[in-house]
Each structure stands twice: as structure tokens, then as C-alpha cells.
Design a protein around this ligand. Structure first.
Ligand code: IPE
Ligand code: IPE
Ligand code: MG
Length: 249
């Protein structure tokens, strides 16, 4: 029996975000190049997107490449960019068929032209997807995102579009790349590290964290459902006390 049958469909996380870590170590334990780990990581992405769709998850955000990852050796960075183009070219038709809508967040100006182009095509092609919104965080970091939000807010105040008195948490959220997306309910990190690595700092203010030793290329549908089941055991109090929480129907 698959763990999908054990999920409580009334208590699903609307938005799951994943820090996909451990590709390099997965490859190393097999005596392979890091690039082999990244290639296998693409297969895990496909499995997890399908598993999330099957469980009726509405939003899935995948941390694919951080701002800090630009500092990796040049051949690894260009290998990852090529892999992105390969994967998107191969997967777009299937994503569209499965009703998956692609959204990309990050400092896209830093991406090579061919990657930006394929992303634009994929976003356009899949725009009508109604089942799952798949958010790819690419050249993304929270500190970059928060800094650019402050700059845009300053510009808008200067030009009179925005008044200082009107800035509230909601206004601020609207200046982030994640505007229109709900905050993640569940944040998963694979690969054993227990850190957030500059990912969705504002948006994860009340996310539930789940860490697993499993390297990303080994992650699969059952691992995803295990994380959701763990999430479903938790009580989200948002600062209140237990007695104030409405019992779930
Ligand atoms: C995650 O795996 C993929 C990216 C950051 C692009 P890593 O490449 O960080 O793998 P480890 O952490 O070195 O094992
Ligand atoms: C975080 O993984 C970024 C992505 C998964 C894209 P890293 O492997 O780059 O994180 P650190 O450097 O170990 O914190
Ligand atoms: Mg890593």
C-alpha cells in the first residue's frame, strides 16, 4: 500500500517548498562525477512533480540554483545551465499535458540567454495549467529578493505611487517575487543539512520544517508522502494556544 492512501485529504499542505540538496554527495558515494548526481536529480524532480500532482498539492516550489551557487566551479555552473535547458526542453509538453503551470522566481537577468529563452517558452506554454503550480527558484536568494523589494518600494515612494503610511506586511509581500503565491506550509530539505541557505526567509515565517538524510536523487513519491504525513501530525498554532485551535474536520 502506498503512503498516498494514508494522507488526510482535508489537511494537505497547499504549498510545499523543497531545498533539493545532496546531488554531489549522491554521486561521490558511487564514484561518479557531481554532474551525474545533477542528472539523476532531474529524474527525482519528475517523480516528485508527479507525486505532488497525484496528491492534489496546489503549489510546489523547488530550489534549483541559489545566488551563491554562481560561485561554484565554472564547469559545474555551465553543466547545470545546460541541464536546465535539456530538462525543460524534454519536459514542457508533458508538464502541459498534466496541467502543470511553471513559474520562475530569481534574478533571471544573470542567466545565460538560452536558459532565459527556454524558461520564457515553458512559462508561456504551460500558463493555462490548472492542477499544480510548479515554482522553480533559479538564481534565487532571499537576501537578493528582499533587497530588490526595498529598492522598488523606495522608487515607488519617490514617484508617489506608494505612501510610506500604506506599507504593511501585505504590501511588502507584493514586492517579492512570490507575490500571488501562498506562503509555503511545509519546507523540506533533503541531503542531511539543517539550514535554510537563503531560501524563502520571509515566506517561511510559519512553515513547518522537515529534514531528511536522503540525498535528492534518491527522493521519491513515498518520501514525499512520508514528509506530508509528518506534517499532518503537527499542530500549527501561529502563536495561539492549543485550546484556541479549531479542531480539523
Ligand atoms: C543540490 O545538490 C543541487 C544544487 C545546489 C544545484 P548539491 O550539488 O549541493 O549536492 P551536495 O550538497 O554537494 O551533495
Ligand atoms: C542550497 O544547496 C541551494 C539549492 C538546493 C539550490 P547548497 O548545497 O548550495 O547549500 P549550502 O551551500 O550547502 O548551504
Ligand atoms: Mg549542497
Amino acid at each position: 500500500m502506498s503512503l498516498i492512501d494514508k494522507l488526510d485529504h482535508n489537511r494537505l499542505p497547499a504549498h510545499i517548498a523543497i531545498i533539493m540538496d545532496g546531488n554531489g554527495r549522491w554521486a561521490k558515494t558511487r564514484g561518479l562525477d557531481r554532474s551525474a548526481g545533477h542528472r539523476e536529480g532531474v529524474e527525482a524532480i519528475r517523480r516528485v512533480v508527479e507525486a505532488a500532482s497525484a496528491a492534489s498539492i496546489q503549489y510546489l516550489t523547488l530550489y534549483a540554483f541559489s545566488t551563491e551557487n554562481w560561485h561554484r566551479p565554472m564547469d559545474e555552473v555551465s553543466g547545470l545551465m545546460d541541464l536546465m535547458v535539456y530538462a525543460l526542453t524534454r519536459e514542457t509538453a508533458r508538464l502541459k499535458k498534466n496541467g502543470v503551470r511553471i513559474v520562475v522566481i530569481g534574478d533571471l537577468d544573470r542567466l545565460p540567454d538560452n536558459v532565459r529563452k527556454i524558461l520564457q517558452d515553458c512559462i508561456q506554454e504551460t500558463a493555462g495549467g490548472k492542477n499544480l503550480t510548479l515554482v522553480i527558484a533559479l538564481s534565487y536568494s532571499s537576501k537578493w529578493e528582499l533587497t530588490q523589494a526595498v529598492k522598488k518600494i523606495s522608487d515607488d515612494i519617490e514617484s508617489g505611487i506608494l505612501h510610506k503610511e500604506d506599507i504593511c506586511e501585505e504590501t511588502f509581500s507584493n514586492y517579492l517575487t512570490t507575490r500571488n503565491l501562498p506562503d509555503p506550509d511545509l519546507l523540506i530539505r533533503t541531503g542531511g543539512e539543517q539550514r535554510i541557505s537563503n531560501f524563502l526567509l520571509w515566506q517561511s515565517a510559519y512553515a513547518e520544517f522537515y529534514f531528511t538524510e536522503t540525498f535528492w536523487p534518491d527522493f521519491n513519491d513515498e518520501e514525499l508522502y512520508k514528509a506530508i504525513l509528518d506534517y499532518q501530525k503537527r499542530e500549527r498554532r501561529f502563536g495561539k494556544i492549543s485550546e484556541q485551535i479549531e479542531p480539523e474536520q
